[in-house]
Design a protein around this ligand. Structure first.
Ligand code: COA
Length: 272
């Protein structure tokens, strides 16, 4: 992987990383980046099949792996996965709260259960993971990384549920930085922009529309899951030892022009 051109191959040797929703997309990109720099990597997700595929990719990078089916909405299953990780790979040094759910829906059409489902997966799921891993993170003086989104600080149309959940995550990220800092635990978030080849992009943008939108992204392209992985490795590394309670935006500048183009594209998707 390209990351080893820039970071030492053994930067995370002897360290354990746990990624929720690590079976695909951005979260798998993050997991692979840590694997490439020597970490042992545990992942959880909702389907065994996805976890199996992801585990092969991680093992191909030389990582010791552990995977367990656990929905972040179910605390007992998640706690079991996190506890077993310690037995198999050692205590968790880096927790990545990446599991998320998303769909485009007008606020007036959003059912209470639709709203609750996204808040449950993103916000409550991230709390569950942080809470479940706390004892291990305290032992390792570890790091929590939350995968956030631009919706946390700017309104995006038809993303009411996601904005509420991600804004909650940003608040929780800062709160944990404040409360758990004295234990040596750092807490930060990453805000990815449009990342190619992900489930999120499939759900949020028409590929043809996206081509047009790229012209309005300062970096003129979508990002890659690997680029989110680079940011995660940096934030969890000793290079960021004095960084906590911070949000790192990795979006090629796409948030600078606001959410209007997204809103127009999403409205077209909803009309179809
Ligand atoms: N528009 C409006 N409401 C929707 C919807 C959509 N496109 N998709 C789901 N919902 C509503 C459902 O109607 C249901 O509400 P109801 O009981 O009032 O009808 C509620 O959301 C829960 O849906 P359900 O399919 O039972 O939830 P789930 O737990 O099986 O799936 C989701 C979770 C909804 C987030 C699903 O989209 C998912 O699994 N996504 C995969 C991960 C993902 O989104 N990744 C991208 C992250 S950026």
């Amino acid at each position: 992987m390209q990351i080893t051109k820039y970071f030492a191959k053994d930067l995370f040797k002897g360290k354990t990383v746990f990624v929720t929703g690590g079976g695909s997309g951005i979260n798998l990109g993050i997991a692979k980046s840590f694997a490439a720099v020597g970490a042992s990597v545990a992942i959880c997700g909702r389907t065994q099949e996805r976890l199996d595929g992801a585990t092969k990719e991680l093992a191909a990078l030389g990582a010791k792996t552990f995977a367990k089916v656990a929905d972040v909405r179910q605390m007992p299953a998640l706690q079991a996965a996190i506890d077993e990780t310690k037995q198999v790979l050692g205590p968790i040094d880096v927790l990545v709260c990446g599991a998320a759910g998303n769909f485009v829906c007008r606020a007036e059409d959003l059912s209470p259960n639709g709203f609750r489902t996204v808040v449950d997966i993103d916000l409550i799921g991230s709390f569950h993971a942080s809470r479940a891993a706390f004892t291990q993170l305290k032992e390792t003086r570890g790091t929590i990384l939350f995968v956030s989104a631009g919706m946390a600080y700017m309104p995006y149309a038809f993303q009411l549920h996601v904005g509420a959940a991600k804004a909650g995550i940003e608040s929780m990220m800062k709160n944990l930085a404040l409360e758990w800092g004295p234990y040596g635990i750092r807490s930060c978030s990453i805000v990815p922009g449009p990342i190619e080849g992900t489930e999120g992009m499939k759900r949020l943008a028409d590929p043809k529309e996206m081509q047009e939108r790229l012209r309005h992204i300062p970096m003129q392209r979508m990002g890659t899951a690997d680029e989110i992985g680079f940011a995660a490795v940096f934030l969890a590394s000793p290079m960021a030892a004095y960084v906590t309670g911070e949000q790192l935006i990795v979006d090629g500048g796409s948030g600078l022009s606001g959410s209007a183009l997204f809103n127009i594209g999403a409205e077209k998707m909803l009309r179809r």
